[in-house]
Design a protein. Structure first.
Length: 371
């Protein structure tokens, strides 16, 4: 990715830092490190790190250990790379002293209390006069609007997943287990040039499809029951996310009824997406449509979510999120109806909010759900 993209993002962040009263911001998460620097090192467990970014009005620093030093220097040419021996908590006071930091904001959502305590102890031992606080307000909507490069990468990731799904559909057969189906589908997506998956494939048949986040098991697919698939790939750091529900053999009246309700709920929600409308309003439109049928209360989760470097990010199409939609936002619209002991149907597309409304990024047809 060209440096000018990162330069623009850093410039926008620096404006927010200045207006917040902070002079330094520390980035801890994989996604924000990548977004601001191009560095793709990934943390392990919650108490492990692939490095931190330290950003001020004049300084761009990436601190990491020797495992990531060469990678950091290659991927983040705008940043001065510091390779520490022990830990970033030991190195941080030295860095903060060298840049004369006084009011520092941390990415609090990724800072454990234990790490916070360690940092404060190190700062105290170094006799540094530094105020530490949260930078959540600065970073909350950092990635909420996508630039043209990001939208292009999301579209490419989506194409890989959709092309793979079309191949996968031809391989589905009665007696195939959910685990077997998930593995076959994952293999197809990886062979189709996906870097990795956005999340583990959801493959659920019959009553298991009533579980929105079902884990594939040994249950075997049967004719005349819903088969729900939720899938996505990661490409060059960006995710796709799609759901489709199929049925083998002959469809049933109940399947057709629910499928049509979900299709219409999604359709009217997408038709109402436009700049300036609340995310919660779009959720309500789809939810009210479903609740005006006999399946009231059977749609429990939010209507959708932002997608980008991570699979779930702002904004949320939820009754709890009043974010005003803006051009450049990428969201899913995924209504579902889940009936215990029968199954569930969910349809999910990715939508780009544009100046004129909504641009549906998916190309998969809804008419070929019978296999």
């Amino acid at each position: 990715m060209e440096n000018k993209i990162f330069e623009k993002r850093i410039a926008n962040l620096r404006k927010q830092i200045a207006s917040s009263g902070l002079d330094t911001i520390i980035i801890l998460s994989d996604e924000n490190r990548m977004y601001l620097s191009g560095y793709t090192g990934e943390d392990g467990r919650y108490d492990e790190t692939a490095g931190i970014l330290v950003i001020t009005k004049n300084d761009l620093i990436l601190a990491c250990d020797s495992r990531y030093n060469t990678q950091a220097e290659h991927e983040a040419p705008l940043f001065s790379v510091i390779c520490y021996e022990k830990s970033f908590t030991k190195e941080l006071p030295k860095i903060l002293k060298s840049i004369n930091a006084s009011k520092v904001g941390f990415e609090a959502e990724r800072l454990t209390y234990k790490t916070y305590e360690t940092i404060m102890e190190e700062i105290s031992e170094g006799s540094l006069d530094i105020q530490i606080g949260s930078d959540n307000n600065i970073l909350k909507n950092l990635r909420i609007k996508k630039d043209r490069h990001e939208i292009s990468m999301i579209k490419k990731a989506l194409k890989i997943s959709e092309d793979s799904f079309l191949k996968f559909k031809k391989l589905i057969k009665e007696g195939m287990s959910e685990k077997e189906a998930a593995w076959i589908f994952e293999k197809l997506m990886r062979e189709n040039d996906a870097d990795s998956l956005s999340f583990d494939v959801i493959a659920a048949g019959g009553e298991n499809s009533a579980l929105p986040h079902a884990i594939p098991g040994n249950r075997k697919f049967k004719n005349n029951e819903p088969l729900l698939f939720d899938f996505g790939v990661r490409l060059k750091g960006y995710c796709s996310d799609t759901s489709r529900t199929l049925i083998m053999g002959k469809s049933t009246d109940k399947f057709d009824q629910i499928y049509n309700i979900i299709f219409q709920a999604q359709k009217i929600a997408v038709e109402n997406i436009m700049p300036g409308i609340k995310a919660s309003t779009i959720d309500k439109i789809a939810r009210d449509y479903i609740d005006n049928t006999e399946f009231t209360g059977k749609f429990g989760h939010g209507l959708g979510h932002g997608v980008g470097i991570v699979i779930h990010e702002a904004p949320r199409l939820s009754k709890f999120d009043d974010t005003l939609l803006e051009p450049g936002m990428i969201v899913t619209v995924e209504p579902g109806i889940y009936v215990p002991r029968w199954g569930g149907i969910r349809l999910e597309n990715m939508i780009e909010v544009t100046e004129n409304g909504a641009n549906v990024l998916n190309t998969l047809s809804y008419d070929d759900y019978l296999i």
